[in-house]
Design a binder for this molecule. Sequence first.
Ligand code: GLN
Length: 484
Amino acid sequence: MKLYELTIHQAGELLRNKSISSVELTRSVLERIAATDDKVCAYLRTTPERALHDAEQADQRRAAGEDGPLLGIPLAIKDVLSTQGVETTCGSRILQGYVPPFDATVIQKLRAAGCVMLGKTNTDEFTMGSSTENSAYGVTHNPWDLTRVPGGSSGGSAAAVAADECLGALGTDTGGSVRQPAAFCGIAGLKPTYGRVSRYGLVAYASSLDQVGTLGKDVTDCAILLQAIAGHDPKDATSANLPVPDYRAALRPDVAGMRLGVPREYLAEGIDPRVESAVRAALDVWAGMGAEIVDISMPHTEYALPVYYLISPAEASANLARYDGIRYGYSYPQAKDIWDVYRKSREHGFGPEVKRRIMLGTYALSAGYYDAYYLKAQKVRTLIKQDFDRAYEQCNALIVPTTPMPAFRIGEKVDDPLQMYLTDIFTLSLNLAGGCGISIPCGLADGLPVGLQVFGNLYDEETILRVAYAYEQATDWHLRKPGI
Ligand code: GLN
């Protein structure tokens, strides 16, 4: 086995008993990136000098007696998380050349834990998309089939993990952007409860939905990463002031007596039969371990998509007002006056999907339409949340597919926004309700990974980790690798 193929927990063991150094591990991963990323294009920029410097420091810290599950582990970071001294573009031309003067809280926490930063990964512009095709800097390719998308918007992070171009990665999830690419790339992706992880330094798309998430080669690695980034942050008023449990202690392959709900609205018409049968087979695995599978209904599920596509653009239209061509990144060079700077910088700086959402959101918030669209969407959001509340009165966790179909071809859906939006139909409702969820691989459809999600109640990451871990222990889908 090559060092770059290791999981975080495997590499952690080898670092702890000093069989390998972080410098050796980091070199191996950097060589892997050099050999594969011209095909995958997961990274927007790598920071090899910085990575080797971080690795040396981690080795010194260990020599001085320090230990920790992430000390010396090379990770990739989605390019919407602010990194001090390293360009952060959010996949947008309007942030070209923007170098943040500070680290996001999650980055500070990873640095404190001794991680090695490999570079910044590709994303749909401002995370608006499901395929990375909305990036201003080119598309990322799915390591399982280079003619297909890796999903999005954290497609760069997911592809990097799947192609062994990092040991783990951070992404962000506003409507599915961690879980959907995890499913398309055959890896584990966890969206924590809204408020579990600080959003300070995460460039905002839709502030009531955005959350930083983790991408790993297995459930254990997601638990380790979550442990490092979770917790209250005085710099983010929406982060919860709650104790953070020991997530690795939650990894017990024991689901006997647990009630797992299957909302029938998720296994309905329109789902690829190969996805449906993979999810049903997984239910049998849990049932075989003594879990009770409970048929439930979440009747407002069908409204999640329209509600999401009113609320998230509304928030985006406000959040993206700050890009004026003056404060950050790109500025139109031949502007005649200040209005021309604003207008032309935004015209040339934003891509078509971002413009579409700014217009949709501005419309939904405007006088005369606010009550009909935005306010109504907020009310329906409450109904969706109540579906979840009722479900958790009867069940410990919910099991649903991650996507209706496996990874689609590059170019297949770019001209049809609605078809693109529909790929997130099973992930969006979780963000609207605020709970946590993890996507794990549960099958292959003609050589392409299929994923399922375990949803959990607010701040109940322990349960979803336990349920996912139990499945992983009983199966070997997480061990399958793309042949790249
Ligand atoms: N694909 C969804 C969208 O385009 C979700 C994106 C995300 O989670 N950031 O909005």
